[in-house]
Write a protein that binds this ligand. Sequence first.
Ligand code: PEP
Length: 259
Amino acid sequence: MRARRQLVAGNWKMNTNLKSATELAAGLAEKLKQDLPGTEVAICPPAPYLAAVSAAIAGSVVKLGGQDCSFEEPGAFTGEVAPEMLLDFSCRYVILGHSERRQYHAETDAVVNKKVHMALKKGLHVILCVGEKLEEMEAGATETVLDRQMTGSLASVTPEDLAKIVVAYEPVWAIGTGKTATPAQAEKSHVFLRQWIANRYNPQIAETLRILYGGSVKAANALELLQMPNIDGALVGNASLKVDQFWPIIEAGNTVGSN
Ligand code: PEP
């Protein structure tokens, strides 16, 4: 068994409707009545469907997550979702700092950091996304960007709290583009991130922290990516929207995690 259990998480983004979300969740729950030894599985549906999805996965081992949350206490913040609201539907995870939030909602590392603190304070586990843009990768600035995002997003996060964080390395140029980082390219960034944690926190924490890869993961490339020693699972967008496309990725995680 690998030291770190894999996590395969589906980010449904602003996709599905009530019917398709419920069917997708139920289809997955049907296949996941029992724990898989090598991998944990989570799905992050749009917030309005949390109730239906939560009911559809009841009795299965599928875990639930939100796609974002507010850094404010509940109150007059139109359109926002508080961590408490995610917890009401038994969410375990919340995705924070996704590149689409950074790009379309101008989320800075400072904002992400405030969200991380609020989510942790309320008892959620965080899937923290980091990753460089195409031009940054081409300029050889990947590690500079990762360093800046990690420093900003994790400011004042204690070693105890870090245990409730999963990092997702998602090169922006690979998200929804069909372009995937090669396993070696992804592994290089994962090693950098793990070393970053070892330096800023300590080597023991770095060894237990899960670092997921995200960016056009699909059935055809999941196994070769997840087999890399520092890749501990996948954050999956497009391919998480159909059970028959998501399932082989889960199986890849289970195979790797069980060895
Ligand atoms: C994502 O948005 O987290 C993602 C990885 O998307 P996709 O798998 O579609 O590239």
